[in-house]
Design a protein around this ligand. Structure first.
Ligand code: GLV
Ligand code: MN
Ligand code: MN
Length: 418
């Protein structure tokens, strides 16, 4: 049969999205499945059941990445798709989940249409993509590609004090497949955009050209706790004030630099955290991102200058700890072209764009030809229970993924090109 005419089953895809969202539900439409929690385990169990139902060969590696593969006519590494099924604590139902469930759907479509690909086709979900509980983000795929030693990853401490390796054992997902894993033939990830560009441009498919660089730093500030009513302003060593200044500086850096520079303070804690006590300690995180490495370094330098000057002026000590640092990634031009040609063959409007969010694909790009497909996010909202993508767009994305994987399967990828 002419493979270009086959299409995924939209109802089945929507049903699986719905079913997975019932695990760790959050505010009606959202999901809370932080990595390696009971909810993550239950979500994994459901997805693995679907993979088993399709008769796929399933491997679980030492960091809990799960890969399900259908054989091709030839042996060798699979053409791989997938994403993640962990969420932030206040997440939506599409971030990551779409890419995994569309991967399962595309394999079911191949089975139904009796299409045997040249090479194996696989669908993966990678551990702890969000990094919201155990930093850095994309931790599972980072270990998969050899960017972080397994032993080191297993020792990562979560924001709740849990140890990653212990949690992996507890939920029963420490597997025996080796890390780093075998590089796939190619990797394509379908994901919601999580930003406003596609919707604003009334465009269905985002052809992702790369992922911006990410810098995550935790600052621990130590000052002196003292009485809020009696301590003159000039005698204070106020960790809370310094945390607030770092927060406003993050915004100012992004404003001054303009372009694609973004900056976020998403976590902050005070100690002793009382209304009438000057805070002795504060801890906060800064997330800086830019598509240009030199500009990201510039933003980091500006923050460092601010940190040193606050230490001096307020008489506090500020310790910094890097939680994640990834340079911007450019995707393989062959994969970009295939996604572009596929979306026009399917008559979907499309545009090229970089990704603002981090993705497992940026790690896989280190070891194989890689690309991504985006579909629109309503109002550009994500990491929020109201995250939404229209059914037609989800299905358009899944069909673009299906046809891109089939085209990649048919193509000779032996030439080196990044
Ligand atoms: C992770 O997905 C991130 O972009 O923060
Ligand atoms: Mn994601
Ligand atoms: Mn996310």
């Amino acid at each position: 049969m002419d493979f270009q005419s086959i299409r995924i089953n939209g109802d089945r895809l929507m049903q699986r999205i719905e079913d997975l969202a019932t695990i760790g539900p959050h505010e009606d439409t959202g999901s809370c499945r932080l990595a390696l929690t009971d909810e993550d385990r239950d979500g994994r169990d459901l997805v693995v059941t679907w993979m088993k139902d399709l008769g796929l060969e399933i491997t679980i590696d030492g960091i809990g990445n799960v890969i399900a593969t259908r054989p091709g006519k030839m042996e060798g590494p699979p053409t791989l798709t997938g994403s993640h099924i962990d969420t932030v604590a206040t997440g939506g139902r599409y971030d990551g989940n779409l890419g995994v469930l569309a991967g399962i759907e595309l394999i079911e479509t191949l089975i139904e249409n009796d299409i045997t690909t040249r090479y194996p086709v696989g669908v993966a979900f990678f551990t702890d993509e969000e990094g919201a509980r155990f930093p850095p983000d994309m931790l599972g795929s980072l270990v998969y590609v050899g960017g972080l030693a397994l032993e080191q990853a297993l020792e990562v401490e979560g924001i709740d004090g849990a140890i990653l390796g212990e949690e992996l054992d507890r939920i029963g997902y420490r597997g025996s497949a080796p890390c780093p894993g075998i590089p796939p033939r190619a990797f394509v990830e379908l994901h919601i955009e999580q930003g406003p560009l596609l919707e604003t441009e009334e465009t269905t498919i985002g052809i992702v050209t790369g992922v911006q660089g990410i810098s995550w730093t935790e600052y621990s500030i130590t000052g002196q706790s003292n009485h809020a009513g009696t301590t003159p302003m000039h005698l204070r060593h106020d960790a809370g004030y310094v945390a607030a200044r770092i927060t406003t500086e993050a915004r100012e850096i992004a404003k001054r630099m303009g372009g694609r520079q973004v900056a976020t303070v998403g976590r902050m804690q005070f100690h002793p955290d009382l209304i009438n006590v000057v805070a002795r300690e504060a801890r906060l995180t800064v997330d800086l991102r830019n598509t240009d490495e030199a500009l990201l370094l510039e933003a980091e330098n500006q923050m460092e200058t601010c940190i040193r000057s606050l230490e001096e002026s307020e008489g506090v000590v500020i310790n910094s700890r890097s939680l994640a640092r990834f340079e911007p990634v450019v995707f393989d031009s062959r994969v970009i072209n295939i996604v572009s040609e596929t979306s026009s063959q399917l008559n979907f409007s499309s545009m090229q764009m970089p990704s603002g969010a981090g993705h497992d694909a940026q790690m896989l790009a280190r070891v194989c030809p890689t690309g991504m497909i985006f579909v629109p996010s309503r109002d550009g909202i994500s990491h929020n229970p109201s995250e939404h993508t229209d059914r037609d767009d989800l299905i358009a994305g899944a069909n673009t993924l299906l046809q891109s994987i089939l085209t990649l399967d048919a193509k000779d990828l032996s030439g080196v090109e990044q």
